[in-house]
Design a protein around this ligand. Structure first.
Ligand code: AMP
Length: 179
């Protein structure tokens, strides 16, 4: 298995969910047992010596690999969800999207300041959702935060946007946004 193979197997769906969007569909690679294991191993290998105690996944496609990485690293899994989906007491962050704002939440008791956290999402586009997720985790007092995504959509400058806010994001593969 190679990263190039993985990249080839991500399905591009034009005009989903609306005209002009090139949707990167990861269902084609998570349904392949070898590719699923390979992604879990590559994404975990970057953090084996970091003492990660919790892997935080961003709803909803971020949940898939975040939980696999958590098991691999011997860490727990914590979800960040959209507004009003989590049942217990939450804290939240709102952020600007292309159209309107979005609010994400995390359970107030999900993390403690001494946790070492890895935040994972499937795709880094503009970086807005990842920055909001970092802010949310910081609100719980966590100081040690690592960030990764499976795919960086190149050409949208998400990594640069995050870097400008002091966030270093590791991505396993890069795909041109219009590819
Ligand atoms: P952003 O906040 O712009 O970085 O957007 C990242 C979020 O939107 C991730 O949760 C992605 O799953 C989703 N996303 C953005 N663009 C795409 C795309 N072209 N294909 C699939 N998912 C996308």
């Amino acid at each position: 298995m190679t990263l190039e193979q993985l990249k080839q197997d991500v399905r591009n769906v034009p005009d989903f969910p609306k005209p002009g969007i090139q949707f990167k569909d990861i269902t084609t690679i998570i349904s392949n047992a070898d590719e699923l294991r390979y992604m879990r191993d590559c994404l975990s290998d970057m953090y084996r010596d970091k003492g990660i105690t919790k892997v935080v996944g961003i709803e909803s496609r971020g949940f898939i690999l975040a939980s696999a990485i958590a098991v691999e690293l011997g860490a727990g899994f914590v979800p960040i969800r959209k507004h009003n989906k989590l049942p217990a007491e939450t804290i939240e962050v709102s952020y600007q999207k292309e159209y309107g704002t979005d609010t994400i939440q995390i359970h107030k008791d999900a993390l403690t300041p001494d946790d070492v956290v890895l935040i994972h999402d499937d795709i880094l586009a503009t970086g807005g959702s990842m920055l909001a997720a970092v802010e949310l985790v910081k609100k719980l007092g966590v100081k040690n935060i690592y960030v990764n995504c499976l795919i960086e959509l190149e050409g949208l400058n998400g990594k640069r946007f995050l870097a400008e806010h002091g966030v270093d994001c590791d991505c396993l593969i890069g795909i041109e946004v219009d590819e």
